[in-house]
Write a protein that binds this ligand. Structure first.
Ligand SMILES: Cc1ncc(COP(=O)(O)O)c(C=O)c1O
Length: 413
């Protein structure tokens, strides 16, 4: 029986620990090593291969990946603009981690409005914003988020970035495997973060990753995630061929305990990476099944499209969830609809809220942005999502369509 304790029938996300997952975890237990080791390295190789970048580094969460990536840019010789307090143009509609990482890394988030249909920031809005600022030199990065699996217009964003000398850092936490013009998101800019939190397409509990083609960035991320230690080799060769950092050195310095930069402990564990590898074997099926579900629900709910905005269907999208926006909140509020769904066992989550005006932690920015991000504020108050994960059955999908029918047929009469 599914989630009997909470009576949830259609969850936002679900993980199944089948025999492949159990075997992978048991192998880690038997290996005698649970902290970062072979499994993490293998996952990094597979993830980079899948996304289409030269490198990937796994970290203990997507938030850590964002912080480590931003910190790496500050230390990089190639990106002098990524200095303390520089401004980063980003989206107001995303999971809070994107903004938190910017602030905690001593940058300043600056928000531009989003598109109504996909909730993404657009090159047009970024351009208009930059054309009207006093000093574009205060800006260092654009941090677009591929929300719900939708890809931002990366050609447009990269073009503006080039024009203004900005770095682009994609947040691909919610878009595992989404294609943009034939390439995977996460491979379309200087670097990208991913999250493998529950409900994401590849899910392992807690873990994140950075992908990049830039050797300097990956080397710095490796250091930053391990308290800034000198070591940056993907595999330690100390016991085999000796440590390359020690060669020719007179002193007895141990690179594992010599710290070149101030970093964090963002290392992950073998269990998560082992689970990640089992999930990767199913990734094509996961993405395809989620797409089928989005298509099916869209067809079933089409008759309510005067009242709710349904997700845009696109064969290139790897859907993280099924987002819905209430079109006429004066007729039915999000609260009412989501409570009705919840009562029937259909879980939902709000579409995050407009960060600078609707998230209490960003209260200090409210005056600056109130009324300036109308679409983000509308989506933030009226958007929510339900699950479209691969374990939903045909009966579950029909149950969802019926539940919306029970709620909305009355309203349409
Ligand atoms: C867009 C986005 N960025 C960053 C994160 C942070 O990832 P994590 O929860 O693994 O720290 C998430 C998590 O869901 C996310 O959705």
């Amino acid at each position: 029986m599914k989630n009997a304790a909470t009576h949830i029938r259609v969850s936002v996300g679900e993980i199944r620990i089948d025999s492949a997952e159990r075997n992978a975890i048991n192998k880690v237990l038997d290996s005698g090593r649970i902290s970062e080791g072979e499994m993490v390295r293998r996952f990094e190789v597979e993830w980079a291969k899948y996304i289409g970048t030269k490198y990937s580094v796994a970290l203990n969460s997507g938030t850590s990946a964002l912080i480590a990536g931003l910190t790496a840019l500050k230390h990089s010789r190639q990106y002098p603009k990524a200095r303390k307090n520089a401004k980063i143009i980003t989206t107001p509609i995303t999971y809070i981690a994107t903004s938190n990482a910017i602030v905690l890394s001593n940058f300043e988030p600056v928000y531009v409005d989003v598109r109504k249909d996909t909730f993404l920031i657009t090159p047009e809005n970024i351009k208009t914003y930059l054309e009207n600022v006093d000093d574009p030199e205060e800006y260092s990065l654009i941090l677009p988020v591929h929300l719900m699996g939708y890809s931002c217009d990366m050609d447009g964003i990269n073009k503006i970035a080039k024009e203004y000398g900005l770095i682009v850092f994609e947040d691909s936490a919610q878009a595992h495997g989404t294609l943009y013009k034939g390439k995977k998101v996460g491979s379309l800019s200087s670097l990208s973060d991913f999250s493998f939190y529950i409900a994401h397409n590849i899910q392992v509990g807690e873990m994140g990753a950075i992908t990049t083609n830039d050797y300097e960035i990956i080397k710095l991320v490796r250091q930053i995630k391990a308290n800034g230690r000198m070591c940056d080799c993907p595999i330690c060769t100390r016991k085999i061929t000796g440590c390359p950092k020690m060669r020719g050195k007179e002193n007895d310095l141990d690179p594992r305990f010599t710290h070149e930069i101030i970093g964090y402990n963002f290392k992950t564990m073998e269990f998560q990476a082992a689970l990640g590898l089992t999930q990767m074997e199913k990734i094509d099926w996961i993405i395809e099944r989620r797409r089928e579900i989005v298509k099916y629900l869209n067809e079933g709910l089409e008759k309510y499209s005067s009242l709710i905005q349904l997700p845009k269907y696109d064969e290139n999208v790897s859907y993280m969830a099924y987002p819905i926006v209430i079109k006429s909140p004066e007729k039915t509020s999000r609260k009412k609809i989501t409570m009705e769904l919840e009562r029937r066992g259909i879980e939902s989550r709000p579409l995050f809220g407009c960060i600078p005006t609707q998230q209490p932690a960003y209260h200090y920015l409210r005056h600056k942005y109130e009324g300036k991000l109308p679409i983000a504020e509308f989506v933030g108050s009226n958007g929510f999502y339900i699950g479209c994960h691969q374990y939903l059955t045909q009966e579950d999908l029909d149950f969802v369509v019926k539940a919306f029918g029970a709620i909305y047929d009355e309203l349409l009469e």
